[in-house]
Design a protein around this ligand. Sequence first.
Ligand SMILES: Nc1nc2c(c(=O)[nH]1)N(C=O)[C@@H](CNc1ccc(C(=O)N[C@@H](CCC(=O)O)C(=O)O)cc1)CN2
Ligand SMILES: Nc1ncnc2c1ncn2[C@@H]1O[C@H](COP(=O)(O)OP(=O)(O)OP(=O)(O)O)[C@@H](O)[C@H]1O
Length: 284
Amino acid sequence: MIQHNAWRPQRGLPERSVSVLRCGEMGLSYKGEGVWSMIAAKPHALSLILRSQPTRSVAFATMEEIFTQKRLLRSKIKKDLRSMDPTLRSHQDDAIQNFILEAPWFNCCNRLCAYISSSSLREVDTSKLLQNVLKDTTKILYVPRVEDKNCHMRMLNISRMDDLIANSMNILEPVPVDADGNDREDVMLADEPVDLLLLPGLAFDKTGRRLGRGGGYYDTFLSKYQELVRQRNWKQPLLIALSYSVQIIEDGVIPLTPSDVFIDALVSPSGFIPITSAAHEINP
Ligand SMILES: Nc1nc2c(c(=O)[nH]1)N(C=O)[C@@H](CNc1ccc(C(=O)N[C@@H](CCC(=O)O)C(=O)O)cc1)CN2
Ligand SMILES: Nc1ncnc2c1ncn2[C@@H]1O[C@H](COP(=O)(O)OP(=O)(O)OP(=O)(O)O)[C@@H](O)[C@H]1O
């Protein structure tokens, strides 16, 4: 239920931001001064959800409560993923990868970032996609490497699967120097932009919300990369997440914090789910 008049902005908040207030669902919103600058910065991305009904006295959730809601949702989705039948999972892995391998936006892309899937984390498999990219000499691939626990992740260029080594979380990632002792190219220092990022995550919705594993690595990287692309006047890359059916949840339920970056589209076992106009353009 949209509550246009439930809450009046006091500091020049754009009128359209008020209409994103909604009742019910997970009962989340923000408290404190920071909310005003946050809404001004991201009015389109916010859905501030009111906790109380009727709407005259409104209780706002703190950031702490929102992070708790994120944690609870992560636990639920992880449980659903663990109880997924392995045969069904394998069919969904094939359906998602086969769809991408046929997609013009994948075949036309020259540079991309992709994740190296971890089966123990029950992530949508990317092995077929990576094999395909690595044997295509026209494509340049960057994959994540965690640098520290402070949300710092780099995307480094690899040219073969042997460039990877398991990290402490048992995820394969590139060693920073290649066999000749040269630094691998960091996508942030590259002369040309990537066209596409294939993203992992725990939960998604059809409005573009994405819940990651809680490290803040992808959100931090994505907002820095988008800023670099803006500064260079490049075209923004498509942000496309890969998702099992069970990971797509009702719109608006994924709790939001200010640093969350929205995605352009999803690929699920039933195909392409465009969200932004950029995604509709590539999949008319
Ligand atoms: N394949 C893949 N690579 C990736 C990511 C990812 O999500 N998937 N990342 C995306 O950020 C970064 C690594 N971040 C990670 C963050 C948490 C966990 C992890 O194992 N989390 C456990 C819970 C650990 C805990 O709560 O103590 C889990 O999710 O079950 C793994 C990677 C970079 N590389
Ligand atoms: N209770 C908390 N208070 C303040 N910051 C927190 C809290 N819990 C997590 N964070 C920080 O917020 C950042 C982003 O967390 P968020 O839950 O948005 O991650 P995510 O969407 O799973 O991230 P990603 O997919 O980018 O890895 C992380 O740096 C994390 O350390």
